[in-house]
Design a binder for this molecule. Structure first.
Ligand code: NAD
Length: 353
């Protein structure tokens, strides 16, 4: 019998398909917007300018200085361009960094956001904003930061480099996997989680061998979108908290940190709730989900060792102390010895036992 549950999630309007970038004007019209500030990172400025030019008078300015972890001083600069240009909405073209900037603007002025998502991070479908001030990253959950419309055009991801596609895809899987053992897990979120993991499990190897495959790119975006919905719908635990702590303290790249830690956080948690992770183990044709994820990541050429990100052996004690200093709910209670051993394994990149 299905146990009682609550599923509480709002998701943006989603427009999905090859060529859907051409629908940005129409979608802005639906939102009642006519003066867009287009956002991107410096690396995607060319695409942002091309979009702005295709939008013609629907675009009033381009701000192309989005960076990872959404520093508040960059948001202040972008807000001043928003006000100065008379914009009435933002169009964020990019991954989590650009989307984070759009959300940070919306958090301050309620601007409607249209997102053209180009990585698998999943931020475009969550009401979560992480931002950094004075070196400290804090996370806010607010309905005002949830984008109104998301466009997924697989063609825009053909050029996402394979290493980034792999780590970003594993980052997406991490959302869904933590959703399976969340304290507020429920059958609807778990259904989306397994569908998302399965789509990425199929798509990522195909992207590694054929990065411009429209089929594989579409499947990966579909999977990552579902994983993102799970991230927004239920609470995350050890894996996300550890990535947040390590990423913030040692200034590590977001997707790579997720990719490296995932097999180890899953193996750690699996000892407490093997039944909740059994569907993942089955999907990976492995006796356990943690080992299955390790083998999968290795087969994709993903980064496997924290030491390769510049973390030193000495940092691991500090990371352990930070990880256990701020207790939060996890399926397996945290104690320093277990977390230290997990981090050691991730540092060396060994196959979790
Ligand atoms: P990113 O947005 O920083 O992108 C990485 C690099 O790849 C950038 O230089 C970007 O311009 C480039 N890029 C993106 N798409 C591309 C494409 N299709 N082709 C070529 N280059 C492309 O990386 P990310 O991992 O997507 O986002 C990380 C950030 O998102 C972090 O700050 C993280 O905290 C945040 N995040 C937030 C949430 C949330 O719900 N709030 C969820 C996930 C991630």
């Amino acid at each position: 019998m299905t146990e009682p549950f609550t599923f509480d999630s709002t998701i943006p309007r989603i427009v999905f398909g090859v060529g859907s970038i051409s629908k940005v004007s129409e979608e802005l019209g639906r939102l009642g917007c006519g003066r867009a500030l287009v956002l991107s990172t410096p690396q995607q400025e060319h695409d942002a300018r091309a979009l702005a030019s295709a939008l013609g008078r629907l675009s009033v300015a381009v701000f192309s200085r989005a960076v990872m972890h959404t520093p508040v001083d960059v948001t202040t600069e972008a807000l001043s361009m928003f006000d100065g240009s008379g914009a009435d909405c933002v169009v964020s073209l990019g991954g989590g960094s650009t989307i984070g900037l759009g959300k940070a603007i919306a958090f301050r002025n309620n601007a409607p956001q249209l997102v053209v998502a180009t990585t698998y991070a999943g931020s475009e479908v969550t009401p979560i904003l992480g931002q950094t001030e004075h070196g400290i990253k804090t996370t806010i959950r607010a309905s005002s930061v949830l984008p109104k419309t998301v466009i997924y055009d697989p063609e825009l991801t053909f050029g996402l480099p394979v290493p980034m596609s792999v780590t970003s895809g594993l980052n997406a899987m991490a959302h869904a996997i933590e959703g399976l053992y969340a304290q507020d897990r429920n059958p609807i979120a778990s259904l989306m989680a397994m569908e998302g993991i399965a789509a990425l499990h199929k798509a990522l190897p195909a992207i590694v061998s054929s990065p411009r495959s429209p089929v594989a790119r579409a499947e990966a975006l579909y999977g990552s979108s579902l994983c993102g919905v799970v991230l927004g719908a239920v609470g995350m635990s050890l894996h996300h908290k550890l990535c947040h702590t390590l990423g913030g303290t040692f200034d590590l790249p977001h997707a790579e940190t997720h990719a490296i830690l995932l097999p180890h956080t899953v193996a750690f948690t699996e000892q407490a709730v093997p039944e909740l992770l059994a569907p993942v183990a089955r999907l990976f044709s492995s006796p356990r989900a943690g080992t299955g994820l390790h083998d999968f990541a290795l087969s994709l050429g993903a980064p496997m060792r924290l030491r390769d990100l510049g973390v030193t052996a000495d940092d691991l004690d500090r990371a352990t102390a930070l990880a256990v200093s701020n207790p939060y709910w996890t399926p397996r209670p945290l104690e320093a010895g277990g977390v230290r051993a997990l981090l050691q394994d991730a540092w060396e990149g060994v196959r979790p036992s």
